[in-house]
Unconditional design. Structure first.
Length: 150
């Protein structure tokens, strides 16, 4: 069970796959330990659309946030790591909740692969958009946190 949850306190968790154009978002909880993609939040040179994140925070009222931290193949931090850390710090500051960083390496590739399989099997009818991959990557990040926090 995740350290932040405690045995009596189930918590909703929001996960974020930080990007400069979109930030994928997924949700889950510490009881079922399952994750579901929600959506992607728009971002630009000035950062994320905080009003969209505000809305998600009001709707889901998470007890914990998980943010994917990009690493290179050699375990060094990537050029995006600093921006992801800054986003995580701002989440913590704005919403006064625990924010955990999780290695997000290959999460977008895994999400794209899952979506492709779902489309080919007929489970998914509409085409896969970049926002779907971003939300799926956030889902992968959250699943990793659940498995690491055992």
């Amino acid at each position: 069970m995740p350290e932040s949850a405690g045995p009596k306190a189930p918590k909703v968790v929001l996960a974020f796959d930080f990007g400069q154009k979109r930030i994928g978002v997924a949700c889950g909880d510490t009881i079922s330990r399952s994750a579901a993609p929600l959506r992607a939040v728009s971002a630009d040179a000035h950062g994320p659309r905080w009003e969209e994140i505000d809305s998600l925070m009001r709707d889901w009222q998470p007890g914990v946030a998980v943010v994917g931290l990009p690493y290179n193949v050699d375990d060094s931090e990537s050029s995006m790591s600093g921006s992801a850390r800054g986003f995580a710090a701002e989440l913590e500051r704005r919403y006064r909740l625990q924010v955990v960083l999780v290695d997000e390496r290959y999460s977008s590739l895994e999400a794209a692969s899952r979506l492709k399989v779902a489309r080919e099997s007929g489970q998914r009818r509409r085409r896969v958009a970049k926002a779907d991959v971003d939300a799926g990557a956030a889902c992968v990040i959250l699943e990793r946190w659940f498995s690491e926090a055992t």
